[in-house]
Design a protein around this ligand. Structure first.
Ligand code: ADP
Length: 581
């Protein structure tokens, strides 16, 4: 079981100092705890209760002897505090490491993986499972050393007593109880691992539903789904607590089981002690040592079930951490600076899982062409566009730009040459200025303002109370659709990339915004290779090249006039659009 965690001890490595401090104080604590009290009872207290002589001990000596108790507990308290403090410190640092690694991985995973998984569940893995792993690793690091030492201390005392006092038999009986007390630990551990995995899965479920619900707040109200959503969430939380209670059942049965076995041990010891004529202080010291054995066993039992819980969470984290990053930089990348933007699809096929989305696509979009991608919904237009920045990897064939396979370029080089304006641009919860700057983080303020003017964004930004320093709210919630789009266009201006991918908004904007956006776009596309996932006839008609998609294939290609005359699908799409727009 421990082997499972081995790769993750690297998180401990960088925190060696704090960990050693934790263990050092832990050992001190264990020694104080396991050995100190029995020693006091056996050797110090009897001095006070020795009634054989007269009361001749000076007051100072009596106080001194009595003071050993608080002194012992002071040492115990200080070491316990320092131990816990350093353990927690190691723990939070581990958590930081795990979370950062997890986050880093999320940045590079293929989009297809992220689309497949529920974001709420990915959230839960990053928050709840990494926290579980933290608590497990710290517990191993701490109790894994400390408790066996405490156990050894107490056992050592028992063995020592066995050899130095009469009634060795009694001691041996006590010792026999120790392995017995370990049995329930073993049994419970096996039960917990499976249940713990269920708990974390259910937690992911709850988190996924919460996340989904929050992102669909408008739909919930519009369709009157409040009741249904609450019921669904109620069921998920109920499944969670059912799973949690199963873990609780096993984990909580452990302590009473160990205690019961220990009680039987004490009874047996009493019987033996009576017949062996053991003295009270010897008996008490042995019982105390026995009790101090039981404490670490209990903790080790807990450690064991915690290990199992940790293993379950680790499994869920590794599901993401071990997911292969399929889209990576090539070993020997081609030198790429500024591309011209001559895009070619050479017999490209692509499938999401088993369902093919593009079949044997061949197309050439010469540099500087404005190319509209047209076709019914689901025909493969977005997939086609997404293959250019290598968001997905072609299953067969190759996508080349200026004759260089995109797989031979560094991802950063490739993507620096591409600007993206999506249907619903995402803004970060930051100032407008910083959101614009994302187009090119090295840009000077003057360049940002120029881009903003070109995108017709400057006017409305100036009118906001804080101008460019206005915070836009989560996902840009404080701006209108048209404003967000103009910011996205300004970003694309700033990027000055030779290739532009434009996912045209389907939803109509208010006419002022619409005119501004259209004008901004017209300027933006000038001189670039542009792929437009087009929904508007005006855009389509203005494009110098049109690719017609149907069921994953390009079924026709040409300009508006020739396609309208020769292609039935194009004609019907166009007529439908002009009829409704
Ligand atoms: P369009 O942009 O023309 O509407 P898409 O390229 O989005 O079409 O989709 C092409 C096909 O691939 C469709 O059948 C769609 O259902 C499927 N598809 C798109 N995205 C995914 C995805 N992330 N996972 C699985 N299937 C997808």
């Amino acid at each position: 079981m421990l082997r499972r965690f081995r790769p993750y001890f690297r998180y401990l490595k960088s925190n060696r100092g704090t960990l050693f401090a934790a263990i050092f104080y832990g050992l001190l604590f264990g020694a104080t705890n396991g050995l100190g009290l029995p020693l006091l009872i056996k050797y110090v207290f009897p001095v006070i209760f020795d009634r054989s002589g007269p009361h001749a001990m000076p007051m100072g000596d009596v106080v001194l002897i009595a003071a050993t108790v608080p002194m012992l507990f002071l040492l115990r308290a200080v070491t316990s505090f320092l131990n816990s403090y350093y353990v927690q410190l190691t723990g939070v640092r581990i958590l930081e490491g795990v979370r950062l690694d997890y986050f880093r991985k999320l940045q590079v995973l293929p989009l297809s993986f992220l689309q497949k998984e529920s974001s709420g569940d990915l959230l839960s893995r990053g928050i709840a499972d990494s926290a579980q792993l933290q608590s497990t690793l710290t517990l191993i690091a701490n109790d894994g050393v400390k408790q066996p030492m405490a156990l050894l201390g107490a056992l050592g005392f028992l063995v020592w007593q066995a050899f130095t006092t009469d009634g060795a038999m009694t001691v041996l009986v006590c010792l026999a109880i120790v392995p017995l007390a370990v049995l329930p630990v073993h049994y419970v551990g096996k039960k917990v691992v499976h249940r713990a995995r269920q708990v974390q899965d259910q937690l992911g479920d709850v988190s996924a539903q919460l996340n989904e619900n929050l992102s669909a707040a408008r739909e919930v109200r519009a369709f009157g789904l409040e009741q249904r959503e609450t019921e669904r969430f109620g069921q998920a939380t109920h499944r969670l607590i059912t799973a949690q209670m199963k873990v609780v059942k096993y984990a909580q049965a452990l302590t009473p089981a160990i205690e019961l076995i220990s009680a039987v041990g004490i009874a047996a010891t009493l019987i033996f002690a009576y017949y062996a004529g053991v003295k009270l202080e010897t008996f008490l010291a042995i019982i105390t040592a026995l009790y101090l054995c039981y404490e670490p066993i209990k903790k080790l039992g807990y450690l064991n079930s915690e290990l199992n819980r940790g293993a379950a969470s680790l499994g869920r984290l590794e599901y993401v951490l071990d997911e292969p990053v399929t889209i990576t930089d090539p070993a020997a990348p081609a030198t790429v600076r500024r591309l011209r933007g001559d895009i070619m699809f050479d017999r490209v096929s692509f499938a999401y899982g088993d369902s093919p989305a593009l079949r044997n696509i061949a197309a050439r979009i010469p540099a500087g062409t404005v190319c509209a991608l047209v076709g019914p919904s689901g025909a493969g237009k977005s997939t086609f566009a997404n293959l250019v920045p290598r968001f997905y990897e072609a299953a067969a064939g190759a996508v080349t730009i200026d004759g260089i396979d995109v797989r031979q370029m560094r991802l950063a080089d490739l993507r620096r040459n591409i600007a993206l304006v999506s249907q619903e641009p995402v803004l970060f919860n930051d100032t407008i200025y910083n959101n614009l700057l994302l187009g090119d983080v090295t840009a000077a303020r003057e360049a940002v303002l120029t881009a903003s003017r070109a995108a017709h964004a400057h006017e409305f930004i100036e009118q906001l109370p804080q101008g460019y320093d206005t915070i836009v709210g989560e996902r840009g919630a404080l701006l209108s659709g048209g404003q967000k789009q103009r910011i996205a266009i300004a970003r694309a201006f700033l990027r000055q990339a030779p290739i532009l991918i434009l996912d045209e908004a389907t939803s109509a904007l208010d006419s002022d915004s619409e005119a501004a956006v259209q004008d901004a776009l017209r300027q933006l596309v000038a001189g670039k290779t542009v792929l437009i996932i087009a929904h508007r006839f005006s855009t389509i008609r203005d494009a110098s090249m049109i690719l017609v998609f149907d069921q994953g294939e390009i079924v026709a290609q040409g300009d508006h006039a020739s396609l309208y005359a020769a292609n039935a699908l194009y004609k019907s799409l166009y007529d439908r659009q002009t009829g409704t727009t």
